[in-house]
Design a protein around this ligand. Structure first.
Ligand code: SIN
Length: 475
């Protein structure tokens, strides 16, 4: 096995160690994988300065050169797919087959933005008189800083760093303290691919608050990008305000998944299994509130129960595993509390809530969930299916939209007019129609309302790292 295991921050193309260390734990065994160094203030400033130095060089490079470097990074990531996937399963817990899928998904962003680097077109604007020529063109914003979450340790990094580099920006990344090892491996491979020294720096720390404050207050950092909870996103937005940074925020969701009575129920249940149980339910696009039309409720619950009870929970490194451990003990405790609250308020549990030990949570269905229950309003981030019955389309649309979030929504219907009506009425940034898995590097990912600002992936993802300059010339 090739060695992509590192334990120090990566600054200006070199590993940077500090006195203080923290443990990265395997969520499956709750044992330490390794101790990694915890960055100090000095290290954060060094990384920002290194990124600034790299930006001066990067902005003078041409798009084709950057595209070629990104394509080499993509190839290296794909060459090391198995090692990266095993590393991901160790530090994050997801089943190896899902981790292999995530490496490909994450590499897909690098390839997509290698291609898009060459397409950051400007405009020629028809002049309003004979004496002027008006144009606009795009330039990189500058140094970018970002914080990424633990649920997708590779894809959430490449989805930000690849478009930034394609645009000509340098990057300072603070990955989750739970999953820093994949981020370090990615930075090492980017360096091997030809990234300029300082173009991609990775800071390891348990103290996200300290690192977040230093990154957001820096005048040199011109753009801040975050994927994580809405609460932390609001805090970071406030911290970015004094220096008027550009921001992209991929925040929380509370995805409705609607099954209308005319749907193909087998397909709907299969789609729901994907939308709910991917990464054990630990995604912000996970189906969170499952609305089922009353006349098909029993059929849906029966079909679902058969599939859910067949799911195998275990260590992600075992081939048979469908659902790995939750990320840490507090995550499991939160799921258990939500289940207990729902049951106390009348929800009926299908499946055994057997105590599996460690961070393992048995998958469950809760039937009869209502808006009085906490689970209706909060992201479960675990393998629990909350079923809510409804009667009419206008009723379910009102319920689906009546939350502060607007990331992903899904519905199953075979009525074409209903498909248009519902997809237009859902107040969400992304809608899956007869499909439970919608994420794709070529498409814009992002939310409305308190689910965030900006889009990642798609051609839109590059613009997040570019400024448009208007040029007016008198002739
Ligand atoms: C997320 O859960 O934050 C991202 C999920 C995805 O990219 O599909």
């Amino acid at each position: 096995m090739d060695n992509l295991l590192f334990n120090d921050s990566f600054i200006n193309g070199e590993f940077y160690s500090t006195e203080k260390h923290f443990s990265v734990d395997d969520p499956a065994t709750q044992q330490s994988i390794m101790m990694v160094s915890d960055i100090d203030d000095d290290g954060v400033h060094k990384a920002i300065n290194a990124a600034h130095g790299a930006f001066i060089k990067l902005k003078a490079t041409n798009a084709t050169t950057r595209s070629n470097v990104l394509m080499r990074w993509f190839e290296l990531v794909m060459q090391h797919k198995q090692t990266l996937a095993e590393l991901m399963t160790k530090e994050q817990g997801k089943p190896l087959k899902e981790a292999l899928g995530e490496v490909e998904y994450g590499a897909g962003f690098i390839k997509w933005f290698a291609e898009q680097a060459k397409r950051s077109y400007g405009d020629v604007i028809p002049a309003t008189d004979d004496n002027h020529r008006l144009t606009s063109f795009k330039q990189p914003i500058g140094v970018v800083a970002g914080i990424t979450p633990w649920n997708f340790p590779i894809a959430m990094v490449t989805r930000k760093v690849a478009p930034a580099y394609a645009a000509g920006c340098s990057f300072v990344l603070k990955p989750s303290e739970h999953t820093p090892l994949c981020a370090l491996a990615l930075a090492y491979l980017a360096d091997q691919a030809g990234f300029e020294k300082g173009a991609f720096n990775v800071l390891l720390s348990e103290n996200a608050k300290m690192v977040g404050e230093l990154l957001t207050e820096s005048e040199l950092v011109r753009k801040f990008t975050f994927t994580g909870s809405t609460g932390v996103g609001k805090q970071l937005l406030a911290q970015c305000a004094p220096t008027i940074k550009r921001t992209s925020m991929e925040l929380g969701g509370n995805a409705p998944f609607i099954i209308f009575d005319n749907a193909d129920l087998d397909e709907a249940v299969t789609g729901l299994m994907g939308a709910k149980f991917r990464n054990g339910g630990q995604t912000c696009v996970a189906a969170n509130r499952i609305f089922v039309q009353r006349s098909v409720l029993d059929q849906v619950v029966d079909k679902l129960a058969k599939k859910v009870t067949a799911l195998k929970v275990g260590n992600g490194l075992d081939d048979a595993t469908d659902i790995g451990p939750l990320i840490y003990p507090k995550a499991k405790q939160k799921v258990q509390e939500l289940v207990a609250d729902a049951k106390a308020k009348g929800a009926v549990q299908i499946g055994d809530n057997v105590e599996l030990g460690g961070n393992y949570q048995a998958p469950l269905i809760l039937n009869g969930v209502t808006a009085e229950m906490d689970i209706y309003h909060q992201e479960v981030f675990g393998p629990v299916v909350s079923i809510i019955v409804f009667d009419e389309e206008p009723e379910v649309l009102a319920l689906a939209n009546d939350v502060p979030y607007g990331l992903a929504a899904y519905f199953y219907s075979q009525d074409l007019k209903q498909i248009y009506r519902v997809s237009e009425a859902l107040e969400y940034g992304m809608v899956g129609i007869n499909e439970g898995l919608i994420s794709n590097p070529v498409a814009p990912f992002g939310g409305v309302k308190q689910s965030g600002l900006g889009r990642e992936g798609g051609h839109q993802g590059l613009d997040e790292y570019l400024e448009e300059k208007y040029v007016c010339m008198k002739i």
